[in-house]
Design a protein around this ligand. Structure first.
Ligand SMILES: Nc1ncnc2c1ncn2[C@@H]1O[C@H](COP(=O)(O)OP(=O)(O)O)[C@@H](O)[C@H]1O
Ligand SMILES: [Mg+2]
Length: 237
């Protein structure tokens, strides 16, 4: 069943076309990887879906409702949660308080928000940091903290921007395990990722952008043997 439908989305910044006529779907409870070389337009697409940019053209449907152009908070309330490419935690606040900032979108009762935050911290395996300042956590742990904060808004889809960048292999495995647990919960994931070893084994579908245009879409096996994709990546290196 289709959850997110991106339909012919273009986004221009002045004369620069960051996304051109891009269409793809994300089915309920599936993991979709959005990949492509630097400057391909991945983060721009992500920001359009999350409400940080209004697309110049096209529509973005969530459960059949057009959310294109809605502000971030309205997208969040509609069911779209996100993490940022540069994990920004509130470093002097505890891990639990960081997640509560997400939970408070739905829940104004502090005790209930705290209970929900603790549950999501446990979900990403960070319960031991509940009362420790976020600034004391490693980058890998702070990325998972950002995931917990995003999940605390109880989204239908979670957008993750390069959550695996710069992680060591065991940290990548931890991040992958969290994505698989999110999918088990029936929450869809749209993952922008440069670390192909992380995303290829777990994605139900891969969408490839290059210079703003969708150049391929299919299973990880299909796209990794696609000559257009290979030349886009080789051209980048
Ligand atoms: N806010 C912005 N203003 C102007 N140009 C932008 C902005 N954001 C992105 N771009 C440009 O859009 C293109 C795509 O960028 P981006 O979406 O960040 O690519 P990716 O995430 O795939 O590396 C780049 O040429 C980038 O410089
Ligand atoms: Mg980017």
């Amino acid at each position: 069943m289709k959850l997110l439908e991106v339909k012919q989305v273009s986004k221009r910044f002045g004369g620069l076309t960051a996304n051109q006529d891009v269409s793809f779907d994300v089915d309920k409870g599936t993991v979709v990887g959005l990949i492509g070389p630097n400057g391909a337009g991945k983060t721009t697409m992500f920001n359009c879906v999350a409400g940080y940019f209004a697309p110049t053209e096209g529509s973005i449907l969530l459960g059949g409702r057009n959310i294109a152009g809605l502000p971030p908070e309205a997208c969040a309330r509609a069911g779209v949660a996100r993490t940022f490419q540069v994990a920004r935690s509130f470093t002097s606040m505890t891990a639990c308080e960081n997640v509560m900032t997400g939970a408070m979108l739905l829940q104004h009762n502090v005790a209930k928000a705290r209970a929900s935050a603790l549950q999501w911290l446990a979900f990403v395996n960070l319960q031991r940091f509940a009362d420790k300042p976020a600034g004391s956590m490693t980058i890998s742990e702070q990325r998972r903290l950002a995931v917990a904060r995003a999940l605390a808004i109880e989204p239908q889809i979670l957008l993750m921007d390069e959550v695996m960048a710069g992680l060591n292999p065991s940290e990548v495995r931890e991040a992958v395990d969290v994505v698989l647990k999110i999918r088990e919960r029936g929450i869809a994931c749209l993952i922008v990722e440069h670390v192909l070893e992380g995303i290829m084994p777990i994605a139900d579908k891969i969408v490839v952008l290059d210079r703003g245009v969708k150049i391929a879409e299919g299973t990880p096996q299909q796209v990794s043997s696609d000559p257009h994709v290979i030349s886009a990546y080789l051209g980048d290196e």
